[in-house]
Design a protein around this ligand. Structure first.
Ligand code: AKG
Length: 382
């Protein structure tokens, strides 16, 4: 598949599977091209001597926390429209990024972990269950796991215990074994373009990698804004004017007015307004979504033009097709950096749709830290 996925509404089957099993697969969450770029960036980091955020674990694991801070190549995952709607539906819009974790699991038989007596099965946010107890530990965070190296049966994908997010106590791993009965490895595409979502309570562990090469995974963990991120603050990254409001929120927008005074909840306003008017809502709302994606096409990091918060021209064409399908007669052509020009066989319909879209755009355009496109609303209303 070379065309990146357009933003799509949470799939009911995925939500049901997640509620039932504590994990679910999102098919085609990234494109092969993006996966290649992520792998290149990941290998560069792992081959470096950078210590900031370095996370070396048992059995020769290597990795980084906060890898978004270390290479902008990882940014397209931050507000990935193929993943974020599902995460928001399962948590709420009041979220931010807790961690962007790169994990290189070396190949070879386990030595110090994933052995009987040290099986490695765990819940995330371990301190929570210790502090609150099993019955009082809620769902607080969701990880989106991407596998960047070849997906083969022996590459050591993450394993899960289905339904274990609801267990009243730790699952039993029989003596001499390393997995609890019922443990599974999800079936994901060999293209590595699927993402696996799982929550903090779901018991999981790294598989055993016997592929002969390191298995490189990237796990983005989203959690409620009242939880502290694991990563270092994305202080420099947050200054990037090309970030969309949703990306800004995920990187930690404070609840502040521009004058520094408290504005309760304002740090969650971008995703809240995005959620309330996403493509799963109405046609006019979809136009707003389209606009928000387009905003990411401003010049970006290191002077390199980042093609939208998603995948650039191809994505825009694909979104355009979706929009046309929804809006029927309306043709909305996006031309960076303006919001777009409109033509339609039915000018009245087009005008009405765009006026609605313009009204909905206004609050998002006014977001702190977001550079308004001057004349945007006027352009739309012409
Ligand atoms: O490397 C893996 O597959 C497992 C990672 C893991 O256990 C975690 O992110 O908590």
């Amino acid at each position: 598949m070379s065309t990146p996925p357009p933003p799509f509404a949470p799939d009911a089957g995925t939500i049901d599977a997640f509620e039932r099993d504590g994990y679910a697969v999102i098919r085609n969450a990234i494109t092969p091209a993006l996966r290649d770029r992520l792998l290149t960036a990941a290998e560069k980091l792992l081959g470096s001597d950078i210590t900031q955020g370095r996370d070396r674990g048992g059995d020769g694991k290597d990795g980084f926390r906060g890898c978004l801070n270390l290479d902008p190549a990882f940014l397209p995952l931050l507000a990935n429209p193929a993943v974020l709607p599902t995460v928001v539906q399962l948590l709420s819009p009041n979220i931010h990024l807790l961690s962007a974790h790169l994990i290189a699991l070396p190949s070879g038989p386990p030595r110090t972990i994933r052995i009987p007596g040290r099986h490695g099965w765990h819940r995330d946010m371990y301190g929570v269950t210790a502090d609150l107890g099993f019955p009082h530990t809620p769902r607080m965070a969701i990880k989106a796991a991407h596998y960047l190296t070849p997906v083969t049966p022996d590459c050591g994908l993450t394993m899960f215990l289905p339904g274990s997010h609801r267990l009243p106590e730790e699952p039993v791993v029989p003596a001499g074994a390393i997995d609890p009965p019922g443990a599974v490895t999800p079936h994901i595409s060999v293209t590595g373009t699927d993402a696996v979502l799982f929550e903090n309570r779901t018991w999981h562990t790294g598989g055993i990698n016997l592929s002969g090469n390191p298995r490189i995974a990237l796990m983005l963990q989203y959690g409620y804004r009242w939880l502290h991120p694991v990563d270092d603050p994305a202080t420099d990254l947050r200054k990037d004017p090309a970030l969309t409001p949703s990306e800004q929120q995920l990187l930690g927008l404070p609840d502040r007015h521009p004058d520094g005074s408290l504005a309760k909840g304002s740090g969650a306003a971008p995703i809240r307004s995005w959620w309330e008017s996403g493509p799963w809502a109405s046609t006019s709302a979809q136009m707003r979504w389209y606009g928000l994606l387009a905003r990411g096409s401003a010049p970006s990091h290191s002077g390199v033009r980042r093609p939208s918060c998603w995948e650039g021209e191809t994505a825009r064409r694909s979104l355009h097709a979706r929009l046309m399908e929804k809006a029927r007669k309306v043709i909305f052509v996006l031309t960076h950096p303006s919001w777009g020009t409109l033509s339609s066989p039915d000018p009245v319909e087009a005008r009405t749709l765009l006026k609605t879209a313009a009204k909905r755009l206004a609050p998002a355009v006014a977001m702190p830290g977001n550079t308004p496109h001057s004349g945007t609303i006027g352009d739309l209303e012409k």
